[in-house]
Ligand binder design. Sequence first.
Ligand code: NDP
Length: 425
Amino acid sequence: MKFYEMTPQRRRSQMEAEGKLSPRDAQLLARSGGLDPAIADGLIENQIGQFALPLGVARGLVVNGESRDVPMVTEESSVVAAASNGARIAALNGGVVAHAPAEHCVRAEVVFANVPDRDAALAVLLSRRRDMFAVARRAKPSIVARGGGLRDVSVEAVCDEFLKITLDVDVQAAMGANIVNTIAEAVATAAGDWIGVRALTAILTNAVCKAQAVTAEIVLDPLTVTCRDVAGEEVAEGIARLSRLAEVDVERAVTHNKGIMNGISAAVLATGNDTRAVEAGAHAFAARTGHYRPLAVWNMKENRLVGRISVPLQVGVVGGATTSLPAAGVAQRIGHYLPDDGSAVSVAVYQETLAALGLVQNLAALRALAGPGIQAGHMALQASNLAIAAGARGAEIAAVAAALQSCSKDLETAKSLLERLRSNL
Ligand code: NDP
C-alpha cells in the first residue's frame, strides 16, 4: 500500500517502524490538535481559541545525498501531494544539491531623521564604528559566546533626509529578529548620544542580501518528467519555456513564486517559524533588480533540464515559537533539522531542505502546466474539501470524495452524492 493510501494512524506506525518518528512523537501527533491552554494563552495576546491545520509530510526529498522527510502544515489540498511528486522525480535524478551561506546573518537598520548637520554627524558615526562593535557585544553577550554577534557596520546618508547605520549580525541557529533588534536598539541609543539626535527607528530588515540567499540545483533526465500523454522531452522543453515566460512576464512570475512558497511556507509553519518574514524576504529578493523575477529558473542544457533556485530564508531552529510549540519540536525531529550526534546546532540543514523543497514544488507545478494542466490534479485533491463543505463527516468524506472523481466536481454534485449515500444506509 502506498503511503498516501494509508490511514494517518498507519502512516505514523510506518514512520515509527522506519525509525523516522519516535513512539513519544507519534503519540503527541495522535492526540489531535489542541495546544496546552497555558501555552496557547502565553503565545499571543487576546487568545480566545485554537485553530487547527493538518500536518503532513513530503517523503524522500533527497538533499545533498540524504533522504529527508519534510513536515508541512497547509490548508491547500494539493501542496503536500505536489511536493511528494517533485521529491520522487528529484530522487530518480540523484536529488537536489543545496548550499546555505557559511554565516547566518540578519541585517538591522538604525535610522536618524532631522539631523541638523548631517555631514558632521556622518563623520562622527563613521569614526565610531569600532565603538558600535563594543556596544553590540555588551547588548547581547550570549550570542557572542555562541560564536555570533555583530559582523559588519556601514553608515550612509539616505536621500537628503536620513542617516542610516546598517548592522549585519551573525545570529547562529536562531531566526534572529529579537537578537538583532536588541543590538540595534543599543547601538541606536549610543549613536543618538554621540550625535545628539534620537533615532527614528532601530529594527531588523526582512530584506536579505544576495550573499545570504540559499541556493539549490537539480539536473533532470527529461524522461523522468514524462506525463501520461506528453513525452518527457516535450514536458522538459515546456518547463524551460514557462521559466523564460516568468522572467519576462511579472504576472506569471508572481504565480510561479507563489507555487514555490506553497512548499516553503508550509514547511516554515510546521516548525513554528515566521512565515511572514520568509514571504516578505522572498518577494523582496525576487524584485531586487527592480523587476520582479522568478526565484527558480529552468533551462535545457545538453539534453538535461537544469533547475536552480536562489531564495533568502530567515528561519531558525532555536528560539521564537520553534521551542514553545510541541508539534514544532516533532516537525524539527522528523526533518532532522537539529543534529542528534552532539555536533554544533546550525540552521543550514533546515535552510537547504527548504530551498530544495521550493525547487521540487516548482518542478511539480511546472510539470503539471507543461503536461496535463494544473486542474486535473488540483480538482482530484479538492474533492475532499467539497465533500466536507457539502456536510460529509467521518467516513462519508472519503466516500463522497471517491464518488466525485467520476462526476462534475462542484458543491451541488457533492451534496447530492452525500444525500444519496445517506439514503442508501
Ligand atoms: P529569540 O528571541 O527566541 O532568540 C533566540 C534564542 O535562542 C535566544 O534566547 C538564544 O539564547 C537561544 N539560542 C539557543 N541556542 C542558540 C544558538 N545556537 N544560536 C542562537 N541562539 C540560540 O528569537 P529570535 O531572536 O530568533 O527571534 C525570532 C522571533 O522574532 C520570531 O518569533 C519572529 O516571529 C519574531 N520577530 C520577527 C520580526 C520580523 O521578522 N520583522 C520582528 C520582531 C520579532 P541566548 O539569549 O541565551 O543566547
